[in-house]
Design a binder for this molecule. Structure first.
Ligand code: NDP
Ligand code: MG
Length: 385
C-alpha cells in the first residue's frame, strides 16, 4: 500500500489520479489532498478518501470549507506555508504534483528534499526550476516519475537505461489550430482555443496546447528528465495522438509508445511504477484507426516552440522567464486583454529584456518569476491587441 499526497486534487490530473485510486483501492492510501479554490469538490473528496490533511491555498475557499457541517477525519489547513510544513509530518511514499503553473515548484522541491518520490504532471516546475530540482534530487535520490503522456512514453521506451539513444521524437497533436492560416489565427477567441480536439485538460495547458507552448515546455521538460541535448529532441506533429512519443536508437531501431489518448494510463504507470497493473479502462482498437500521419511544426505560425528551444539552450534563468511570461500572457488572453498571437510575442519581448542568471535558490527563482510576470503585464499595454 503506497501512501500518497495529491497536490492539485481538484484539477483534471488530480481527479483522474483519484480514478486510479478507485481502480486499485488496495494499492493506495490517500493521506493528503491539496487544492486551491474548489472547496466543494475538496469536501466531497475528503468524505470519500478521508485523508489526514486537506490544504486549500485560497483563503476564501478555506473559510468556506471550514464552515461545512460534515464530520470529517481530515484536518483542514490554509496556504502554501502549511502545505510545505505538513509534507514532512505525514509518512508519504509518493507526492503527485498536479498543480497548474509555477506555483507547484515549492512543494515539489520540498517533497524531493524530504526524499519522497514525485509523480510529476506539473511541467512548469521542471521548466522554471530544473536546476533546483536536480540539486534536490541529487541530495536524496528521490525519483521523478513523469506523468506527462509524452514523457511517460519516453521513460518507457528508454529500455536500456537510455544507452545509445540518438534522439527523442516528441509527438504533438498540433492543437486545435494545426490546419489554420495566419489570418485564422488572428481571429482566435478564448472559447475557440479552449476546444482541444484530442484531450480534455485544465484551461492553462489547453491554451498552451493551442499555441504549441505546451510542446515547448515539454521539450525543456524532456531535456531535464532524460538529460538529452536540445539538438536530439525533435518535435513531430501527429494529429491522431496514438503514438505518445518515440525514442530512436543509434542502430536505427525506434521504440514507440502507443495507447488511447487517456491520461489515466500515464498517471497509473507513475503511481504503480515499477509495476504494471491490469485496469479495466478501454484499450486501443487498431482496426478503428484511420492511419497515422506525421509532419513538422510550422515555426512561423507557432513561434512559441522556437522560443522554448531558445530559452532552453540559453539555460540559467531564461526558461524561468519564458514560463512566467507565458503564464501571465495566457491569463491576459483568457481575460480577453491580448490576442492569441500576442501570447508568443509578449513572451519573446520579456525574454529579450532578461539577463540570464545562474539559479541558486527558490527565493531568487521567485524574484525572477515575479519580475517576468510584471514585465509581461506592463509590456502587454504596448502590444497590438
Ligand atoms: P487544472 O487547471 O485542471 O487543475 C489545476 C489544479 O491546481 C487544481 O487542483 C487547482 O485548484 C490547483 N491550483 C490552481 N491554482 C493554484 C494555486 N495558485 N495554488 C495552488 N493550487 C492551485 O490543470 P490540469 O490538471 O490540466 O494540469 C495540472 C498540471 O498537469 C499542469 O502543470 C499541466 O501542464 C500538467 N498536465 C496536464 C495534463 C492534462 O491532461 N490535464 C496533461 C499533461 C500535463 P482549484 O481547482 O481548487 O482551484
Ligand atoms: Mg503532454
Amino acid at each position: 500500500m503506497k501512501n500518497i499526497a495529491i497536490l492539485g486534487s481538484t484539477g483534471s490530473i488530480g481527479t483522474q489520479t483519484l480514478e486510479i485510486v478507485d481502480e486499485f483501492p488496495h494499492e493506495f492510501s490517500v493521506k493528503l489532498l491539496a487544492g486551491h479554490s474548489n472547496d466543494e469538490l475538496l469536501l466531497a473528496q475528503c468524505v470519500k478518501y478521508q485523508p489526514e490533511y486537506v490544504i486549500l491555498t485560497d483563503k476564501a475557499a478555506y473559510e468556506r470549507f471550514c464552515q461545512n457541517n460534515v464530520q470529517l477525519k481530515s484536518k483542514p489547513l490554509w496556504g502554501m506555508e502549511q502545505l510545505l510544513n505538513i509534507l514532512s509530518e505525514v509518512p508519504l511514499d509518493l507526492v503527485v504534483g498536479a498543480m497548474s503553473g509555477a506555483v507547484g515548484i515549492a512543494p515539489t522541491l520540498r517533497a524531493l528534499e524530504l526524499g519522497i518520490d514525485v509523480a510529476l504532471a506539473n511541467k512548469e516546475t521542471l521548466v522554471a526550476g530544473g536546476d533546483l530540482v536536480r540539486k534536490a534530487q541529487a541530495k536524496t535520490q528521490a525519483k521523478i516519475l513523469p506523468v506527462d503522456s509524452e514523457h511517460s512514453a519516453i521513460f518507457q521506451c528508454m529500455a536500456q537505461e537510455g544507452k545509445c539513444v540518438s534522439r527523442i521524437l516528441l509527438t504533438a497533436s498540433g492543437g486545435p489550430f494545426r490546419n489554420s492560416s495566419l489570418t485564422e489565427l488572428q481571429q482566435v477567441t478564448p472559447a475557440k482555443a479552449l476546444k482541444h480536439p484530442n484531450w480534455t485538460m485544465g484551461r492553462k495547458i489547453t491554451i498552451d496546447s493551442a499555441t504549441l507552448m505546451n510542446k515547448g515546455l515539454e521539450v525543456i521538460e524532456a531535456n531535464w528528465l532524460f538529460q538529452m541535448p536540445y539538438e536530439q529532441i525533435n518535435v513531430l506533429v501527429h494529429p491522431q495522438s496514438v503514438i505518445h512519443s518515440m525514442v530512436e536508437y543509434g542502430d536505427g531501431s525506434v521504440l514507440a509508445h502507443l495507447g488511447r489518448a487517456d491520461m489515466r494510463i500515464p498517471i497509473q504507470y507513475a503511481l504503480t511504477y515499477p509495476n504494471r497493473l491490469v485496469n479495466h479502462f478501454p484499450k486501443l482498437d487498431f482496426t478503428s484507426l484511420n492511419g497515422l500521419t506525421f509532419h513538422e511544426v510550422d515555426d512561423d505560425l507557432f513561434p512559441a516552440l522556437g522560443l522554448a528551444y531558445e530559452a532552453g539552450r540559453t539555460g540559467k534563468s531564461m526558461p524561468t522567464v519564458l514560463n512566467a511570461a507565458n503564464e501571465m500572457a495566457v491569463q491576459l488572453f483568457l481575460n480577453e486583454k491580448i490576442s492569441f498571437l500576442t501570447i508568443p510575442a509578449l513572451v519573446e519581448k520579456v525574454m529579450t529584456r532578461h539577463q540570464p542568471q545562474i539559479l541558486t535558490d527558490l527565493a531568487q527563482l521567485i524574484e525572477i518569476d515575479t519580475w517576468a510576470r510584471n514585465e509581461a503585464l506592463r509590456l502587454s499595454d504596448s502590444l497590438v491587441r
